[in-house]
Design a binder for this molecule. Structure first.
Ligand code: F6P
Length: 365
């Protein structure tokens, strides 16, 4: 019998609960035992591992966040922490892990798997596990699911939670628009996304914003302030009573200096005389019920993740479940992590085309 552990890690994302639900129920239907690891990797270190029953995930589909908890776990970043995690896993009998998280969490998962035989050996040497346990747990199967509102992972078109977050941002900008229009004001709205501009760009298109700042394509001009003012001014001359600028939290200028919402506000007020306010949407973007799309994405990808566990062999590299051209895909996790880091680097080098190419590689198996 396969004993599958599931954990959610990093920033929570709407859709993580539907992942846990689908893994538990599909896993049970396939004859597996399914265990929830509470509080992300912290639960591995602290032995927060609990067997899940069919009814334990009742109602999970429509609940935002993650009911099994998440954490940005420091102890797991140390070898001693991972050693303790390996011991707890072996003692609990869990032989495979499905990790739902962002790029950092999936990198952690792959490090854990690559170190596994060394950890196993060290535990045996120090009498922390028996010879039988060591032999039975020579390999650890890991499968990655990408849960992140940022949509910043390479090798998948969309990450679990991003669409819900985008919708939340659109609702907020729509609300801001009515008050902006009433007062003839300008608003600068800062959105999340870390080093990725997907949320900002997509929200800009969906709300008809006047201007958008994203990290992937910094303004080409030294004086982007002039361009911003001329666009905002032109729109006003066309009769618009409101100005909305969306800025990604990771937005950069030509010299890779951060562009901040307050700087944009000062420019609009001082140079155009616009009565300007800043709204930082913050964690409202991450909260609330998952949209239907994220419930479906989480469910079908989780089924694929359980199937990936069932067909894995010691030779298969850890897979990451993605979605490419509307199809659920499975590709090497480490490759996706490497490409994601390259994207971040190429953004630093101002290479937008390369960044986009890396984000959507043809990696489908
Ligand atoms: O990765 C998700 C995310 O919400 C980012 O968009 C944001 O930069 C970060 O997490 C915020 O992290 P925290 O919730 O730890 O403040």
């Amino acid at each position: 019998i396969r004993k599958i552990g599931v954990l959610t890690s990093g920033g929570d994302a709407p859709g993580m609960n539907p992942c846990v639900r689908a893994i538990v129920r599909y896993g049970i239907s396939k004859g597996c035992e399914v265990y929830a690891v509470y509080e992300g990797y912290q639960g591995l270190v602290d032995n927060g591992i609990k067997r899940m029953d069919w009814k334990d995930v009742r109602g999970f589909l429509s609940i935002g966040g993650t009911n099994i908890g998440t954490a940005r776990c420091m102890p797991f970043k140390t070898r001693e922490g991972r050693l303790q995690a390996a011991q707890n896993l072996i003692k609990s009998g869990v032989d495979s892990l499905i990790v739902c998280g962002g790029d950092g969490s999936l990198t952690g998962a792959d490090v854990f798997r690559s170190e596994w035989s060394g950890l196993n050996e060290e535990l045996l040497k120090n009498d922390r596990i028996t010879k039988e346990e060591s032999d039975a747990y020579q390999h650890l199967t890991i499968v990655g699911l990408v849960g992140s509102i940022d949509n910043d992972m390479s090798s998948t078109d969309i990450t679990i939670g991003a669409v819900t977050s985008l919708h939340r941002i659109c609702e907020a900008v729509d609300s801001i628009a009515t008050t902006a229009l009433s007062h003839s004001r300008a608003f600068v709205v800062e959105v999340m996304g870390r080093h990725c501009g997907w949320l900002a760009l997509a929200a800009g298109i969906a709300t008809g914003a006047d201007f958008v700042f994203i990290p992937e394509r910094p303004p080409t001009e030294e004086n982007w302030q002039d361009t911003l003012c001329s666009v905002a001014h032109r729109h006003r001359q066309l009769g618009k009573r409101k100005t909305v600028v969306i800025v990604a939290e990771g937005a950069l200028d030509k010299n890779l200096k951060p562009i901040k919402a307050d700087d944009i506000k000062d420019i609009l007020s001082e140079r155009l005389g616009l009565d300007t306010r800043v709204t930082t949407l913050g964690h409202t973007q991450r909260g609330g019920a998952p949209a239907a799309f994220d419930r479906i994405l989480a469910t079908i990808q989780s089924v694929e993740a359980v199937d990936a566990v069932l067909k894995s062999t010691p030779e298969t590299p850890s897979p990451m479940i993605g979605m490419n051209s509307n199809k659920v895909t499975s590709g090497p996790l480490m490759k996706a992590v490497e490409l994601t880091h390259e994207v971040a680097k190429s953004i630093g080098e101002k290479n937008f085309a390369r960044a986009m190419e890396l984000r959507d590689p043809q990696f489908v198996e």
